[in-house]
Design a protein. Structure first.
Length: 404
């Protein structure tokens, strides 16, 4: 195997970290190239989705929908981005692969170097091996039997919780230190390697708005793995800055035959606190990474609002002479109400324009003249019949009046 490593007892931390790093690099690189190779399942899926993407644009044009220059350019850019990162290893390695696997160490070095953290300038795994070795030596020496003077000066040192607790605490502190640091690195490295290997699949999902969430989740997970690796490196550097001089002093005291009562409990508590702090940092960084918003202009389905909202906004701006309210901040009910208002306003304007034309052609309705605008012109409402100037009387009424 390419990454076959047997960690030695004196180099357990560095051996395991080297193995994890090798597996992450190999899994990410070889997995990507396997999925991006012609004839692979992801390559066939990419070909099918590209055909569907282009066919949908053609159907939109076939049914009379006009594709604007902006939409055409953005569609071409999306297809270019997907093809570049889903099929080209050099482009993917430069923009994504190296950033995820190499950038955390550089970023942690820039942060930790001014603070003087151990391992900031390199050799973090070697410093972890030294700390692990000091834990083992201290466990071999043991706590020792305190002298009467030490007992009198101990002032507040609690007795062990149970028999042989001090030996258990020294061994447990070493285990917690290794699990808290190496476990976090293992989680982040293996997750980054797997996500990098699945890159062509998730990049393909950028073509459609319905699958865009999968691509965004993949990108956020990569950001979380990158920032998490940097945070873990800084946290381990801070822990080593505390443990290295402390363990060196304790080993020196035990070599001189001086007992160290109460120290194992404090050592176990310190290792546990840093392990919990590392887990909290990972949770915090993951929370921050999953709030990253991908620019919508680079993703399919981007629009500044629905088509109806854009039309309503344009009508209101044209009718009122003001600035249209952004469509994405408007509710559907408000958009429908504004559409009805705009329609009524247009009808009133059209009715007013027709009345003015009738007055200019027919001599004016207000003067009582007849409107004669030609055979095709409409007669104003209420002007079809003229009012009689004389009183209408029937023949029987006239004869009756004569007899009387």
């Amino acid at each position: 195997m390419v990454c076959a490593v047997s960690p030695a007892p004196d180099a357990f931390a560095s051996g395991l970290l080297g193995y994890l790093d090798c597996q992450a690099v190999t899994l990410g690189a070889q997995g990507y190239q396997a999925l991006a190779a012609p004839g692979s399942s992801v390559a066939l899926l990419l070909t099918a989705l590209l055909a569907i993407f282009i066919a949908l644009i053609g159907y939109r044009m076939l049914f009379g929908e006009t594709v604007t220059v902006r939409d055409g350019v953005l569609s071409a850019v999306k297809v270019g981005i997907v093809l570049a990162f889903a099929t080209s290893w050099p482009a993917y390695r430069t923009v994504v692969f190296d950033v995820v696997l190499r950038a955390p160490a550089d970023l942690a070095a820039e942060i930790g170097r001014p603070a003087g953290l151990p391992g900031a300038t390199g050799g973090l795994a070697t410093r972890m091996d030294g700390t692990d070795r000091a834990f083992r030596i201290l466990a071999i020496y043991g706590v020792g039997v305190p002298t009467r003077q030490q007992v009198e000066q101990a002032d507040g040192v609690a007795p062990p919780l149970f028999a042989n607790f001090d030996m258990f605490a020294l061994g447990a502190a070493r285990v917690v230190f290794l699990v808290g640091s190496l476990g976090a690195f293992a989680l982040l490295r293996l997750a980054a390697g797997l996500l990098l290997a699945l890159g062509p699949l998730f990049i393909t999902f950028l073509l459609f708005g319905g699958t865009r969430g999968l691509a965004e989740g993949w990108l956020r997970a990569l950001v979380a793995a990158t920032l998490g690796s940097c945070a873990v490196a800084v946290a381990i550097g801070i822990e080593l800055a505390l443990l290295e001089p402390w363990l060196t002093e304790l080993v020196t005291r035990r070599a001189s035959g001086i007992a160290i009562p109460g120290i194992p409990a404090a050592m176990l508590a310190t290792a546990t606190i840093f392990a919990l702090a590392t887990a909290g940092l990972l949770a915090l960084v993951t929370r921050i990474a999953f709030t990253v918003a991908v620019p919508a202009v680079l993703l399919p389905g981007h629009s500044t609002g629905s088509r109806e909202d854009r039309v309503v906004g344009g009508q209101l701006a044209a009718a009122g002479g003001g600035t249209a309210i952004p469509a994405e901040t408007r509710s559907r009910a408000a958009a429908v109400a504004d559409s009805i208002v705009a329609t009524q306003r247009r009808e009133e304007q059209a009715a007013g324009a027709g009345l003015s034309r009738a007055e200019s052609i027919g001599g004016g309705v207000l003067r009582g003249d007849s409107v004669r605008a030609g055979p095709g012109a409409g007669t104003p409402l209420g002007q079809s019949f003229r009012r009689r100037a004389t009183i209408r009387s029937s023949g029987s009424a006239i004869a009756r009046d004569r007899r009387t």
